[in-house]
Structure formats: structure tokens, C-alpha cells
Design a protein around this ligand. Structure first.
Ligand code: NI
Length: 138
């Protein structure tokens, strides 16, 4: 059975502030710059979730991407879209919401919510058109 990767892209907008409470305001500003604005700011995120598995001989699918879309909405997008990542998302509590920390948190939200035999292959998270991160699990 051939192994194929399939990707679903979703979009959401969230507010955040990059900040370490154990650092001074000056140090936060120096390291995190505009992303440390105390009055928040937002990003328009693009999230690419890639799954991998054998092609089902009956359906011709790795997995039904409708189900992936549904899992993405229920586990991630519904929680974060038009929300503040620092104050309104339980699974980001206590996490400095860099794109790196966010992509790992998203991985953990999804890894056990895929059909039997289908694995997470990679997640790409774009915070801006110029800045993105990728995570392939540990
Ligand atoms: Ni930012």
C-alpha cells in the first residue's frame, strides 16, 4: 500500500503578547519587540497540517479531509480564532505564545485525534507572510 501525505490548510486570527513575567519590561521589549506590546496585537495565522498513512484501497484516501477539517476546527480553530492566546485559551495557559511554542501546543491537541493508522507528519504555522515555523514531532 503506498504511503501518502495529505495537507489541510486553515486560517485563524488571534491576539497575543510575547512576555516573560520574570523579566523586566525593558528586557521583554528588547527581546520580543513589537510582539511584546502590553496592549496586545494580532496575527492572521495560516496553519498547514499534514497527515500520513497508507492509501485506503476502497476510498483512495489517506483520510477523509472533511474529518481532518472537523478535528482542526474542534481541537484548535474554535478555541483560538478571534481569541487572546495569553488569556483565553486554556491549553496555552502559562505558555509564552511564540510561533514555536504555539505549533508544539497545536501538535499535542491533534496527535491523538486522528483515525487509526493515520499519523501526524508535520505542522507548518505561518504567523506572517515572512515568518513561519515547522514541527515534525519529537
Ligand atoms: Ni506578535
Amino acid at each position: 500500500m503506498p504511503t501518502v501525505r495529505a495537507t489541510r490548510r486553515v486560517h485563524f486570527s488571534s491576539a497575543h503578547r510575547l512576555y516573560r513575567p520574570d523579566w523586566s519590561e525593558e528586557r521583554n521589549q528588547e527581546v520580543f519587540g513589537d510582539c511584546s506590546n502590553p496592549e496586545w496585537h494580532g496575527h492572521n495565522y495560516e496553519l498547514y497540517v499534514t497527515v500520513e498513512g497508507p492509501v485506503d484501497p476502497e476510498t483512495g484516501y489517506v483520510m477523509d479531509l472533511k474529518l481532518l477539517k472537523q478535528a482542526l476546527n474542534e481541537r484548535v480553530v474554535d478555541d483560538v480564532d478571534h481569541r487572546n492566546l495569553n488569556t483565553q485559551v486554556s491549553w496555552m495557559e502559562g505558555v509564552n505564545p511564540t510561533t514555536e511554542n504555539f505549533v508544539v501546543a497545536i501538535w499535542r491537541r491533534l496527535e491523538d485525534h486522528l483515525p487509526e493508522g493515520v499519523g501526524l507528519a508535520g505542522i507548518r504555522l505561518e504567523e506572517t507572510a515572512r515568518n513561519s515555523v515547522e514541527y515534525f514531532g519529537d
